[in-house]
Unconditional design. Structure first.
Length: 231
């Protein structure tokens, strides 16, 4: 038996319903203005350890940035990202002016520009989880845990294409192929625009699709439990 995307159920590394996410944000107590403007979040994917079916432990990582437009230092995200991370600097300058105000093209993309912007930088998973069908639920949960107060969530067509970026270069997991991610983004509420993928947090559809991703993962977990021999 296979998953909806054709992956053999018996080849799943573990029960996908028992995966969990750990969100981490590191910030020095004596933080600079750049830390006020751009938060870097690492979301680690953890698999269970159960009777030798899986090695368990950490099996993946996602990196997201929150571009904070209203912060105590009045440092705007494009300024904070300048000279630090090329991908983030380019993305923030595309969306926001140097004072943090939305550019006209960004305002045309969303229902409201009130709030921060959450950017998904990379998505890495152990190779045995690639294409298993868990990516939509993992991304939806990782995103919505951080999206409160954000007007939009964005990523571009080059997600995972920055091997020189420290979180990507240091990870021991493979980037999820763009051929997989290109199908995942619309399944959780992103729409494809000429230069990026964007989720409008004011719309109901992404929330409905998050519930659907949860239901799909629950169904996949149930099938795994009923079809996989217990040792």
């Amino acid at each position: 038996m296979t998953t909806p995307n054709g992956f053999p159920i018996h080849e799943l590394p573990a029960d996908p319903g028992r995966l969990s996410l750990v969100h981490r944000k590191v910030q020095p107590v004596l933080a600079s203005a750049e830390y006020d403007a751009v938060e870097e979040w690492t979301v680690t994917v953890v698999a269970p350890q159960f009777r030798g079916r899986t090695t368990g432990g950490e099996v993946g990582m996602m990196t997201l940035y929150r571009l904070r437009r209203d912060n105590v230092s009045d440092c705007a995200p494009p300024t904070a990202a300048e000279g630090d991370d090329h991908w983030l600097a380019e993305l923030s300058r595309f969306l926001l002016d140097w004072d943090g105000s939305p550019r006209a093209r960004f305002a045309d993309m969303v229902s409201s520009t009130d709030g921060d912007v959450l950017a998904v930088h990379n998505v890495c998973l152990a190779a045995e989880w690639h294409g298993t069908g868990v990516e939509a639920a993992l991304l939806a949960e990782a995103i919505w845990a951080l999206a409160d107060g954000c007007c939009a969530v964005v990523t571009d067509s080059y997600t995972n294409a920055c091997p020189d970026h420290p979180p990507t270069a240091d990870t021991r997991w493979s980037p999820v192929p763009s051929t997989v991610l290109d199908g995942v983004w619309p399944s959780i509420g992103f729409r494809r625009l000429p230069s990026l993928h964007l989720l409008d947090t004011a719309h109901d559809e992404p929330r409905r699709l998050r519930k659907q991703a949860r239901a799909d993962l629950a169904a996949l977990s149930h099938t795994y439990q009923t079809r996989t021999p217990r040792h």
